[in-house]
Design a protein around this ligand. Structure first.
Ligand code: FAD
Ligand code: MG
Length: 361
């Protein structure tokens, strides 16, 4: 028997095992190091829901990420076909075309409508999904935008009342009716609801890091690919798109912002924006220029930031005092003061040094 370098077959085997184990440790360490620095990402961008939808996911398996993204985009298309007022055979269009009668709807439509009515009741109608007649009358964001007459506004406003939405279950099916002449518009909540759905779909597919961005309605899934909280910028209400006035550190949370700068038209030097006050039938005369809501549930964040915008600063502050579970950042016009709820203190950073920060009591 010949021995090389004084090794016995037994010690040779031991060395080989140690070398193999070492190689494995180095391989996994290197992999973790590389994936820590350069995780694989995949992205889809498309014009949906009347806005730019951008989904970005991070992980280790590119094929799985691509499948998850394709399925998410298909799901957004499917949900848009249920909720859009611009699609003639959507559930919402059918309800509106048959006002005063019950119409069978999908479980998804039932869910988003129930949530819309809940948020309407909670905000005493500052958010109201039956805003449809007022939205249609003003046509803000469409080529038919105009300033209606007072009598037209009063007639449309009289139709807005979420308490007349009936949701009825029978034999495993759901039927919805709105009052005669009423119409639903889910523009203030459906993007949020869809963001929640897409985040859940991605989680089911094992995705641990993702940004679901439905036209600025953001859901930051899990943690960032570096294993830290996401740092999300809050859009500056007075600067071009892409500029921020503050940043929030969040994980598995949604951040939604509503502002008067998003959709509007100007007539005789007056700006008419798309956040409408159900009590006046006109664009909300708010002293706020931007509202962000930070919440685990994007649908609630979406509806609530529309509602807080309508309420204005004082009513919002009183509302937020009664609902301590809601986190919000409110920007007041004029002096550009920023007001945040107490629990945001730890994760909110003002980046525009010209703005003053105040914590709501
Ligand atoms: P938010 O403040 O969240 O909502 C404002 C919108 O909500 C208004 O535009 C109005 O629709 C409604 N609203 C206004 N005031 C109130 C109130 N007090 N209470 C409740 N709701 C209110 N836009 C297009 O141009 N073309 C499309 O084809 C199109 N399709 C869409 C399909 C779906 C399913 C959805 C959800 C939206 C669609 N949009 C479309 C609308 C578009 O993306 C809107 O700009 C968007 O929904 C408004 O969101 P926001 O975040 O800017 O404002
Ligand atoms: Mg909204």
């Amino acid at each position: 028997m010949s021995y090389i370098n004084g090794e016995t077959p037994k010690s040779k085997l031991r060395s080989a095992i140690v070398a193999a184990l070492l190689a494995a440790v180095i391989f996994w360490a290197a992999k973790a190091y590389i994936s820590g620095l350069e995780p694989i990402s995949a992205e889809r961008e498309s014009y949906r829901l009347g806005t730019v939808v951008r989904l970005t996911v991070w992980g280790e398996d590119k094929t799985a990420l691509d499948h998850a993204l394709d399925d998410s985009m298909a799901e957004i298309t499917r949900l848009e076909s249920l909720f859009s007022v611009n699609i003639a055979d959507s559930d919402i269009s059918k309800i509106n075309a048959n006002s005063g009668q019950f119409v069978e709807v999908s479980p998804e439509t039932k869910e988003v409508l129930a949530l819309a009515v809940k948020n309407a009741a909670m905000t005493h109608g500052a958010f109201d999904p039956t805003i449809g007649p007022v939205v249609k009358l003003w046509g803000i964001g469409t080529k038919n935008a105009r300033v209606p007459s007072d009598s037209e506004i009063n007639a449309a406003r009289a139709l807005v009342d979420y308490r007349k939405v009936s949701i009825h279950d029978k034999g495993g099916r759901t039927y919805v009716a709105v009052g005669k002449g009423q119409s639903l518009d889910l523009g203030g909540i459906a993007k949020g609801w869809i963001a929640d759905r897409i985040a859940a779909l991605l989680k089911e597919r094992g995705v641990k890091s993702a940004i679901v961005d439905l036209g600025g309605n953001i859901y930051a899934l899990g943690e960032s690919p570096r294993g830290r909280e996401w740092k999300l910028g809050l859009r500056h209400p007075q600067k071009p798109r892409g500029e921020y006035f503050a940043a929030v550190d969040v994980a598995d949370t949604s951040v939604v912002t509503s502002g008067a700068y998003e959709r509007y038209f100007e007539k005789d030097g007056v700006r008419y924006h798309h956040i409408l006050d159900p009590s006046t039938g006109r664009p909300a005369q708010s002293d706020l220029i931007s509202v962000s809501v930070i919440s685990k549930k994007s649908a609630d964040a979406d509806a609530l930031c529309t509602a807080l915008f309508v309420m204005g600063l004082d009513r919002s502050a009183a509302f937020l005092k009664r609902h301590l579970d809601i986190q919000a950042a409110l920007v007041k016009g004029g002096n550009n003061a920023v007001f945040i709820t107490p629990d945001l203190k730890g994760c909110f950073k003002l980046t525009d040094g010209t703005m003053a920060l105040e914590v709501l009591k």
